[in-house]
Design a protein around this ligand. Structure first.
Ligand code: 5GP
Ligand code: MN
Length: 345
């Protein structure tokens, strides 16, 4: 049995909308990850089974290793089909905002979503939600939005309508947002949910292989290169890796190729904080990814030094300047956070 995470009043409110709605649009965040796509498609398959007209729209492309997911071909990319997407957003009865809690996370889609007269619901697990939805289902203690989608569908009384395809998408989001159930994954109810998803016929071992073991040769070589240039700050229990635009083109970099790199330095004994600086190819900025193990608050450091935020153990931000300058800021941050980084836990 699952505890009731989502308040009953919110379930009832959403159920009323759901019963009356015909056109439903699902949106998720820029540079969608496994949970963004998994939760969106999990909900998409369910709504589709209820004869709703459903469209999933994301700001830009998602990584190749998510393309096998059932329904992924139907996802509309806003940066390619803006006019069509704008029309769908404007004419929707309900817009479901998944895996983000601030309009700036959907980039150029923000204005269209904000302006739409549709009823809006947020289903998310990031801290400090903004108020732009009539119903806000925000639960930072839950490790993925995909898990929340499972909980929502079940609480509405539709467990039996979750298809194998929908279950595969939900499982993928739960798996990727916990690093294959290696962090934020101690809640025993996660494993109850996995058991329920297995009852739908999913092959979890196959999903793992499809997501994590489909590297291109150039990605693996890039990984080796990035790690060979890693800087370890032993006195701070921290490590830094980086990637310039020039290096990306040398390794035929395509979107998603550096996914997960930031976690690798955490496999060094005593390293509890890792930073990845990547020069963006579209905007003149450095994308920052931060990961920690234990109690070190990446999100606090991201907010203070890199205009960002996120979860305790996984955060990100942006830096406008060169990689060298970003590195210098990172080193200042290490100095400031040294007591926390070196505290014995
Ligand atoms: P990633 O390192 O995978 O890009 O991001 C990890 C997490 O950090 C995301 O799930 C999100 O919560 C947060 N995050 C990443 N980039 C940003 C950003 O620019 N601003 C904020 N507020 N959060 C971010
Ligand atoms: Mn998520």
């Amino acid at each position: 049995m699952l505890t009731k995470v989502i308040e009953q009043a919110k379930i009832d409110h959403f159920t009323k909308w759901f019963e009356r709605a015909d056109k439903i649009v699902i949106v998720s965040h820029v540079s969608p990850d496994g949970d963004a796509i998994g939760s969106s498609l999990g909900l998409y398959h369910f709504l589709d089974s209820q004869e709703k007209t459903v469209n999933v729209i994301v700001p830009n492309a998602f990584p190749d290793f998510l393309r096998w997911m059932p329904g992924s071909k139907d996802i509309l990319l806003y940066d390619r089909y803006k006019d069509f997407a704008d029309k769908l957003i404007a004419e929707a009865d309900v817009i479901c905002c998944l895996d983000f809690n601030a309009l700036k996370r959907i980039d150029d889609m923000a204005d269209a979503v904000a302006a739409s007269p549709a009823r809006k619901v947020m289903i998310d697990h990031h801290l400090y939600p903004e108020e732009f939805c009539k119903i806000t289902m925000s639960y930072p203690k839950i490790s993925s939005t995909s898990e929340l989608i499972f909980r929502l569908i079940c609480r509405m009384g539709y467990f039996s309508d979750i298809s194998k395809e929908g279950a595969e998408c939900i499982y993928t989001g739960m798996m990727t947002d916990t690093g294959g159930f290696t962090y934020n994954s101690n809640n025993r109810e996660i494993y109850f949910i996995i058991s329920e998803l297995l009852s739908k016929g999913i092959d979890k071992d196959d999903i793992y292989r499809k997501v994590y073991n489909t590297y291109s040769e150039s990605r693996l070589r890039l990984m080796g290169y990035v790690l060979s240039n890693m800087v370890v700050y032993s006195d701070y229990n921290a490590a830094l890796i980086s990637l310039t635009k020039e290096e990306q083109s040398k390794f035929d970099y395509i979107k998603g190729d550096s996914e997960g790199f930031v976690n690798i330095p955490l496999t060094i004994k005593n390293v509890c904080f890792s930073c990845f600086l990547r020069e963006d190819t579209e905007k003149p900025m450095i994308k920052i990814s931060l990961r920690s193990v234990g109690t070190f608050p990446c999100n606090q450091l991201a907010a203070e030094f890199f205009n960002g935020g996120g979860h305790l153990n996984a955060s990100g931000g942006e830096f406008f300047g060169t990689i060298e300058e970003a590195k210098a800021v990172f080193e200042q941050a290490l100095e400031k956070y040294k007591p926390l980084l070196t505290a014995k836990s």
